[in-house]
Design a protein around this ligand. Structure first.
Ligand SMILES: *Cc1c(COP(=O)(O)O)cnc(C)c1O
Length: 366
């Protein structure tokens, strides 16, 4: 099966003689004991299994574990490590997961934040107790690119796990396991859900090993699992993912080009632009550059806020990956400890007509 076919068919697990065409929602928390039947919904549920199956196949993995949010998924990875493990993480990454590493795992694990766009920095920070390299590419919100293949080569044979937050790229444009990663993480809240109405996360593994058994145990026992309804909705959304992503990519590319030439824009951060520092690596590991870009506005934070106020079709709201365009001044959301430039706007380019979106930016930047 190819990607569009997997997206539609891999999540259906109907086996009865009375066959519905679509996997129905099974809200029962408990199941009559039978060989191979689910036992209790915190441990397993047919809708969750369907979701885990389709994402396992979309990311070319061996298994997947679904969680109630992207943060919960990432947390399970950090919890699965032995105490006092050293973790290497990017200097630009989703701020909520950075906060977990800094605040929640303080005293439990040791963390080095490095510029992962520079592989030498990654290599130099490897220590004897390094057990996890956590990548995010493209990164949130600076759209930095790191070289998954070459970082995987660094990690190989060293008793280290390479995990990649693939939320921005989605499995449509990037498959980290095929590039050498051990784990892939998604905030399914974003493009996979695609309609800004589901919170969720997932981890996909390339191998069912002892680490994976522990992560599965944490999923069951920790209990940060998605509801059958959320799993159903997400499985439904994934059926249109490849088509939605083509639209997000096309619109974001056109908007990035328009903004690049605009005198009110200091810099456009989009890995699909040849001027982007990571363009060459991005082109070698992604088949498309997805639907998020960031821009810095001439005139600082105040001017950036004014642009947001003038835009009609870009809602000032956090999150990304939905069919509707969103924009936010990221530093204002990340708070006082942010490393993000104050005049940076992160744009999630939706599926509206691109001419309307460009005209909207044109009038707002005047
Ligand atoms: C949103 C996001 C997360 C966190 O996911 P939640 O579903 O909000 O918990 C993690 N990584 C990236 C890149 C994100 O954009």
């Amino acid at each position: 099966m190819r990607i569009e076919t997997i997206a539609i068919h891999a999540g259906n697990m109907i086996t009865d003689s009375n066959r519905p065409v679509i996997q129905p929602i099974i809200t029962s928390t408990t199941f009559e004991h039978h060989e191979n039947s689910p036992i209790y919904t915190r441990a397993s549920n047919p809708n969750r299994l369907a979701l885990e199956k389709v994402l396992t196949q979309l990311e070319f993995g061996k298994d997947a574990a679904a969680f109630s949010s992207g943060n919960a998924a990432a947390m399970a990875v950090f919890q699965s490590l032995d105490p006092q493990s050293h973790i290497i993480a990017p200097d630009d990454m989703y701020h909520g997961i950075r906060k977990q590493l800094v605040e929640v795992f303080k005293g439990i694990h040791e963390v080095s934040f490095v510029d992962m766009a520079d592989i030498n920095q990654v290599n130099a920070s490897i220590k004897e107790n390094t057990r996890l390299i956590w990548l995010e590419t493209p990164s949130n919100p600076l759209l930095k690119i790191c070289d998954i293949r070459n970082i995987a080569r660094l990690a190989k044979g060293k008793n280290m796990i390479l995990a990649c937050d693939n939320t921005f790229a989605t499995p449509v444009f990037q498959n980290p396991i095929l590039l050498g990663a051990d784990l892939v993480m998604h905030s399914t809240t974003k493009f996979l859900g695609g309609h800004s109405d589901i919170l969720g996360g997932i981890i996909i593994t390339n191998e069912k090993n002892a680490f994976w058994e522990r992560l599965r145990m944490i999923q069951h026992v920790g209990g940060a699992v998605p509801s059958p309804f959320d799993c159903y909705l997400l499985t439904r959304s994934i059926k249109t993912l490849p088509y939605r992503m083509k639209g997000h990519f096309q619109n974001a590319s056109k908007l990035a080009k328009f903004l690049t030439d605009h005198p009110s824009i200091e810099k456009v951060y989009y890995p699909g632009l040849q001027s982007h520092e990571g363009y060459k690596i991005a082109s070698s590991q992604m088949t498309g550059f997805s639907g998020v870009l960031s821009v810095t506005i001439v005139g600082g934070a105040k001017e950036a806020d004014r642009v947001i106020d003038k835009l009609k079709y870009f809602t000032n709201a956090t999150s990304l990956g939905g069919i509707e365009s969103l924009i936010e001044r990221r530093a204002a959301v990340e708070g006082p400890d942010t490393l993000t430039p104050q005049n940076l706007l992160r744009v999630s380019v939706g599926l509206e007509n691109i001419e309307d979106l460009i005209e909207d930016f044109d009038q707002a930047l005047k």
